[in-house]
Design a protein around this ligand. Sequence first.
Ligand SMILES: *[C@@H]1O[C@H](CO)[C@@H](O)[C@H](O)[C@H]1NC(C)=O
Length: 311
Amino acid sequence: MIESMELSNKSQVTEFILMGLTSFQDIEFLLLALFSVIYIVTVLGNLLIVVTVLFTSNLHTPMYFLLGNLSFVDMTLASFATPKMIANLVRNQKTISFAGCFTQIFLLHLLGGVEMVLLVSMAYDRYVAICRPLHYMTIMNKKVCVLLVVTSWLSGLLHTGLQLPFVVNLPFCGPNVVDSIFCDLPLVTKLACTDTYSVQIVIIANSGVIAISCFLILFISYSSILKNIVSHSSSGQSKARSTLTAHITVVILFFGPCIFIYVWPFTNHSVDKFLAVFYTIITPILNPIIYTLRNKEMKTAMRKLWKGHLG
Ligand SMILES: *[C@@H]1O[C@H](CO)[C@@H](O)[C@H](O)[C@H]1NC(C)=O
């Protein structure tokens, strides 16, 4: 981020204005209360999952390791912009520094990329568990599991690293109002005082292609899982089926808004900022709700952990 701070001295814009969801004071107060509660529940819920997975030895399986990693990413995804937005509501001020704005973009695409590849990895894990149950232990061994997690972080880094330099080096000299709850590429790119056509192509190519190709892989793997379940329905698979519903719900809620925003990023959608709420505020809180409330193994583990610590 040093590069962007140097740049802010050269160009005229030193800070951006984040419009937020609304400018009505009464609604802002409501949002302040709502977002604060959601944020606290999100962080605590995901932290609980991470701790439960790490400290319960019968949850040391690929599915729960991936879930623990997903919860960690959700916690950070919930934290890169929401506390700043809440703080701005409290101070009744809407500014964010140039460096802060580009840090948000960097983190959004890093964590968003990691989350997508983790969701794909979890789908692969379910595919192997349901369609190749006899080979599950050999295919999803510890090494493969670590490899999937490392790959997700490298992909996130690559995804954000490949597009940020194009935008951070644009000249920003005039308008600085970002009509959303955090800085994101399409909105900030539109503020540059130069022709950004080629940068837009880079963004659409990068974000759009990643979102759509991950979605296609997920769609194909879940379709083959569902086909498999329908053709050999047995009692042993009912557990697999209930975790599957949870996975598919999360995938749809995360990818739906992402694809909508990035496939048509530069046409003026006033709903985009409400969709942005989905993948930074709603999805991170949904994972703990979906995976713990509907998961007997997880609930039992949490209860044991709780009792163990009380005596
Ligand atoms: C993340 O995944 C790795 C590799 O499987 C695992 O060792 C680690 O414990 C996981 N972390 C969490 C918080 O579950």
